[in-house]
Design a protein around this ligand. Structure first.
Ligand code: GLU
Length: 286
């Protein structure tokens, strides 16, 4: 099978060494076995995205010597597709509107219960709300987020698969494969369509990985737990499951995670200091 890999950065900042690792592994995997390497701009976060970060992505990847197929998929041009996928989940009775603010959620949440990202687990404020209560907020001009009813989704999964667990294949650096059993319920009633934009990361990523025929997802280990929720959405939406490789997260020597706001490890800054693409490969594969 020809592998189709992708690099899917969000243009909310400049790329750093962690991005270089994701991009280079995905690129080299495709090149090694005659596959295809795709680039996708994940710019659904319309408040944080900036056009200059999109140009910087192209510039940095070019500098790294990577080439990708055109055209580049730009997520903000496909909101209607993410809504169509959400509509299918609505038709299955698995999404419900939620008007709660971050503060309302934090106040009502059980502090001992958090999702894998450490955010408070949604305490179900709007789950089972009456049509009148929802209608009143809509009439006042408010837009809700749409959350997944996780109990309902797990039931739908059981109805489809019986006792067969929902898994994914994780491919290690040495090529060995491990089957990982997911536990999507630990995300609780996660947001599938955000208030501010008609999509969410989890929804758009599964729609696009399927649309683009991606067979192999390469990304940082910080997204490993997100795979459980994404596998659930794939299964509910009858989308194929790629295999995954979650690589190590590159950190500062004192253990802090690299971030887009802290640009000392940014590719542009390293280039400006005279680093070459070969230097970057040496550092990230050290
Ligand atoms: N757009 C995501 C990010 O930049 C990556 C998504 C993915 O690789 O699944 O963090």
């Amino acid at each position: 099978m020809t592998s189709v890999t992708r690099f899917a950065p969000s243009p909310n900042g400049l790329l750093h060494l962690g991005h270089a690792l994701s991009a280079i592994i995905a690129h080299d995997t495709a090149r090694r076995n005659g596959g295809r390497f795709l680039l996708r701009i994940e710019d659904i976060d319309i408040e944080r995205r900036r056009p200059e970060f999109v140009s910087a992505i192209f510039e940095d990847l070019n500098w790294l010597g990577l080439t990708w197929e055109e055209p580049v998929l730009v997520q903000s041009e496909h909101f209607s597709d993410y809504l169509a996928a959400a509509d299918r989940l609505i038709a299955m009775g698995l999404l419900y509107p939620c008007f709660a603010t971050r503060k309302e959620i934090a106040d009502a949440a059980d502090p001992t219960k958090t999702d894998p990202d450490g955010a408070p687990l949604y305490p179900g404020i709007w789950r089972g709300a009456s049509a009148e209560a929802v209608g009143a907020r809509m009439a006042a001009g408010e837009t809700p987020a749409l959350r997944i009813n996780m109990d309902g989704a797990m039931q739908a999964l059981r109805a489809k698969r019986g006792d067969e667990p929902l898994t994914f294949i994780e491919v290690a650096d040495d090529g060995s494969e491990q089957t990982i059993t997911t536990d999507p319920a630990r995300w609780g009633d996660a947001v599938i369509v955000r208030k501010e934009v008609p999509a969410s990361y989890h929804l758009s990523v599964v729609v696009d990985d399927a649309r683009q025929g991606v067979t192999h997802v390469t990304r940082g280990q910080d997204l490993l737990a997100a795979t459980d929720l994404q596998r659930l959405l794939q299964e509910l939406l009858d989308l194929p499951a790629p295999v995954y490789s979650h690589h190590r997260v590159i950190k500062w020597s004192d253990g802090r995670k690299l971030s887009k706001s802290n640009q000392d490890m940014g590719l542009r800054a390293l280039r400006d200091e005279g680093a070459t693409a070969d230097d970057i490969r040496r550092v990230i594969f050290a």
